[in-house]
Design a protein around this ligand. Structure first.
Ligand code: NDP
Length: 240
C-alpha cells in the first residue's frame, strides 16, 4: 500500500505543488487548508486529492484532523509542514497580535502537526518530516521579525527532531525557499517585487514545482541518511 503523506497548506501555492508531486510519485496524499473553501474545492476537482480543513495553530483541531486523515487513508508516514502566513510590519509598528498570529501558525503549527504523528512513526520505525522554512529565516528580513523568528525556529526543530528520530528511521529536514511566485509573493506591491527579483542572481522568482521536487527527494524511502539538513532553493540569492 502506498505511504500516506500529509501536506499542511497543501491546497494552494507551494503546498499544492508538493501535494501534486507526491501524488504523481504514488503517495496517498491529504492536503489541508485553513479556510479558503473555494480554492480547496477547485484543487480537489483538478487533482482528485482530498482536502481537510483545520487551523494548524490549534493543537486539538490538528490532532482531530489527523485522526480523520488516518481513518480515511491510513497512518501518516510523511508530513510536510508547509502552512504559513505573513503579518509584516517594521518592528516599531509590529503589534503583539501580528507577532502571535505568525508564531502560532508558522511555529506552533509545526509542533501541532508533527506531535500527533510522532509516536506512530516511532512505533512503526519509519517517518519523513519536511518543514518549509524560508530564506528569511536564514538571513532575517526587514519588517519580518515575527516571520523570520518562526522560520529560523524551523531549523532548530528539524535538527532536534532528526536527533530524536534517527534510530527509529525518522528523518526531519527543512527546505528554505527563496522567493517563489505564489499568492504570498504576488500580494507584495509590484515595485517591491521588482526590487526583490533584481536581487536574485537567477533573475526570476522560483516555481512552486522546484520546491516540490526537493520535497519528493527528501521523503523517499532511500533518503534515510539525509537527516537534520537544510536545503536552500533560492536562485543563488543567499548561501549558507
Ligand atoms: P500561500 O499563501 O500561497 O498558501 C498558504 C497555504 O497555507 C494555504 O493552503 C492556506 O490555506 C494554508 N494556511 C495558512 N494558514 C493556515 C492555518 N492557520 N492553518 C492551516 N492552513 C493554513 O503560501 P505559499 O505557498 O507562498 O507558502 C507556503 C510556505 O512556504 C509557507 O510556510 C511560507 O512561509 C513558505 N515560503 C514561501 C515563500 C514564497 O516565496 N512564496 C518563500 C519562502 C518560504 P487557505 O487556502 O485556506 O488560506
Amino acid at each position: 500500500m502506498s505511504r500516506v503523506a500529509l501536506v499542511t497548506g497543501g491546497s494552494r501555492g507551494i503546498g499544492a505543488a508538493i501535494s501534486k508531486e507526491l501524488k504523481e510519485a504514488g503517495y496517498s496524499v491529504a492536503a489541508t487548508y485553513a479556510g479558503n473553501d473555494e480554492a480547496a474545492a477547485a484543487f480537489t476537482a483538478e487533482t482528485g486529492i482530498k482536502t481537510y480543513k483545520w487551523n494548524v495553530a490549534d493543537y486539538d483541531s490538528s490532532k482531530a484532523g489527523i485522526e480523520q486523515v488516518e481513518a480515511d487513508l491510513g497512518p501518516v508516514e510523511i508530513v510536510v509542514a508547509n502552512a504559513g502566513i505573513t503579518r509584516d510590519a517594521p518592528f516599531h509598528k509590529m503589534t503583539p497580535q501580528q507577532w502571535h498570529e505568525v508564531i502560532d501558525t508558522n511555529l506552533t503549527g509545526v509542533f501541532n502537526t508533527v506531535h500527533p504523528v510522532w509516536t506512530g512513526m516511532r512505533e512503526r520505525k519509519f517517518g519523513r518530516i519536511v518543514v518549509i522554512s524560508s530564506i528569511n529565516g536564514q538571513k532575517g528580513q526587514f519588517a519580518q521579525v515575527n516571520y523570520a523568528a518562526t522560520k529560523a525556529g524551523d531549523l532548530g526543530i528539524v535538527k532536534s527532531l532528526a536527533q530524536e528520530g534517527a534510530r527509529a528511521n525518522i528523518t526531519a529536514n527543512a527546505i528554505c525557499p527563496g522567493y517563489i511566485g505564489t499568492d504570498m509573493v504576488m500580494a507584495v506591491p509590484e515595485k517591491v517585487r521588482e526590487s526583490i527579483i533584481a536581487q536574485i542572481p537567477a533573475g526570476r522568482l522560483g516555481e512552486p514545482e522546484e520546491i516540490a521536487r526537493a520535497v519528493k527527494f527528501l521523503v523517499a524511502d532511500d533518503a534515510g541518511f539525509i537527516n537534520g539538513s537544510t536545503i536552500s532553493a533560492n536562485g543563488a540569492q543567499f548561501f549558507v
